[in-house]
Design a protein around this ligand. Structure first.
Ligand SMILES: [Zn+2]
Length: 246
């Protein structure tokens, strides 16, 4: 059991929230019950997820994508109103961690995805959100591993016969970081989505680009964070998957 405000302070410190300039508020986004026993985690606080959390009688939700973003309208109407209304009526706390969760050295999306995909010698790239490491497999085997682990077949661009040993990656919608991966001379850059320009950029620079799913690559940080909180504060925890093919 933990007090909501103590948990908020703990997470903000553990994830070094104040270090990041982000597109959303990190930490407690919607206030619910003061005493927290059961937490649920998921990638995004969409309506399907909130309904699952209510059915699980969660005291707090932990997500990577919360419900407030800087580029969105500030007014609370439509589905945003529905979601906030459901959280308030059910007294559920909503905690969201975006960039601080991607980047964290123990429970972050990048390190957790690297573990899931068996990447060796993982390390963050200085003053960047990208990580780098090494592969000890060929591209075909790595592709099968991604499909098996993430439950989704990746889209792969570039010269497929190329040998691969160094990899750079960043989870989610980080395809534009491909330019940074090129300057690191990585054989492979992996992220969650693909833009129209990405296949040509990969080909022109003789790099392999792997689009492995925004949702699929960002399932792991929030689970690792919630498992950590569960053992630290003796909380019940459950990860709730809401299918998303992107
Ligand atoms: Zn994301």
């Amino acid at each position: 059991m933990v007090n909501r405000d103590d948990l908020n302070v703990y997470c903000n410190d553990f994830l070094s929230v104040s270090k990041y300039k982000d597109y959303c508020p990190n930490g407690l986004q919607v206030e619910g019950t003061q005493t927290i026993n059961k937490i649920v985690s998921g990638v995004s606080a969409n309506l399907d997820f909130i309904e699952l959390a209510i059915a699980e009688q969660a005291d707090a939700i932990f997500v990577h994508h919360g419900i407030f973003w800087k580029n969105e309208s500030n007014v609370i109407v439509g589905s945003k109103k529905t979601k906030i209304d459901l959280l308030l009526k059910n007294n559920i706390n909503l905690f969201a961690y975006h960039l601080p969760l991607d980047d964290h050295p123990e429970v972050g999306n990048n390190i957790e995805l690297g573990r899931v995909l068996g990447i060796k010698k993982m390390k963050p790239v200085d003053s960047s959100l990208i990580w780098q490491g090494e592969l000890d497999t060929d591209l075909k085997t790595f592709s099968s591993l991604i499909e098996k682990q993430l439950g989704r077949s990746p889209q792969i661009f570039g010269r497929l016969s190329r040998s691969v040993s160094s990899i750079a990656w960043c989870t989610g919608g980080a395809q534009s970081f491909i330019d940074e991966a090129i300057s690191l001379k990585a054989d492979v850059f992996l992220s969650g989505e693909v833009s129209e320009r990405t296949p040509a950029v990969a080909k022109e620079n003789d790099m392999i680009y792997i689009s492995a799913g925004h949702h699929a690559t960002e399932r792991y940080g929030v689970q690792a964070l919630s498992e950590h909180l569960s053992s630290e504060f003796n909380l019940k925890h459950q990860f709730l998957e809401v299918q998303n093919s992107v």
